[in-house]
Design a protein around this ligand. Sequence first.
Ligand SMILES: *[C@@H]1O[C@H](CO)[C@@H](O)[C@H](O)[C@H]1NC(C)=O
Length: 324
Amino acid sequence: MSKGTHSRFHYRFLMWHFNTRLRYVLGAGVLFCLFVLAGKVSSIMGWHHYVHESESGQRFTVLVNTWRRPDLLKKSVQHYSSCPRVDAIRIVWSESREPPKDSLVSDLLSYVESASRKSTHMIKLKIDMHDEDNLNTRFKPLNDLDTDAIFSVDDDVLVPCDTLVFAFTVWTSAQDSMVGFVPRMHWIQSEMQDASFPRYIYGGWWSVWWMGTYSMVLSKCAFLHQKYLDLYTNHMPVQIRDYVTHKRNCEDIAMSFLVANATQGPPIWVKGKSYEIGTIGISSLTGHSEHRTACLNMFMDMYGYMPLVHSNVKAVDARSTWFW
Ligand SMILES: *[C@@H]1O[C@H](CO)[C@@H](O)[C@H](O)[C@H]1NC(C)=O
């Protein structure tokens, strides 16, 4: 190859490169304008006026699972009592000592009272005491419940109110399903193709991200129907609750199995950020996914089949997706 052709090629390549870059810049500019326009249009068209501000309609109960973290519990109650559509906040208290009146209960009550004063609805607060520290207690059926919808959440997980209310509206159109923000999946183990004895692997966030597929939403941040609390505590095979007690893990997988077996369908993943305000959770500990994989296969053996169903559906708020 002579020097001439080489440099001509180089020149042409540069031209092409320049053109594409120009195209990108122009494209970005157009996109930016559309974004700005979309923001304006949504306020002009009044898409905000419908669901969010409404104080009527169905409500839900926030079920907060807490354990020895009064500061996180305070933040959680303060936050969720400020959200619309909340009927009551129930706290799963699994310590042997009573919740301290002066340093905790009085603060929680004051949050709920001041939030109730700002809205038209009196939010109820109740601390349900359990004298054992057992993961199954978070799903004990609740007395004096006025809603079918339960938002089950850990004390260190905060979901912004508008995202929460959106997820609740998704749940109202699929009341038998679990509707949540933290998707997980199960993979079939590829080396073992024996169809009569399939084994599965638990897939965390990266698996879901990579595949765009999920089959569970975790109960640390999900809506579910209150009937599942009774099914979990009084009708699910006792070996599953014993396994959860013994391993101190997987109550959320057990609930996913229960709902999947009841509905024969997948859960629903809702787009939206949730914020973990505590320190590192259990999932950052080593060996976590092996334990979860063991739970998957153990529960499958107890059910006699794999009830979990895969899905690729992600519910998004149409008001935030104006283009397509
Ligand atoms: C699965 O669902 C069926 C039908 O609702 C029910 O009869 C069965 O007991 C459930 N299985 C388990 C292990 O809970």
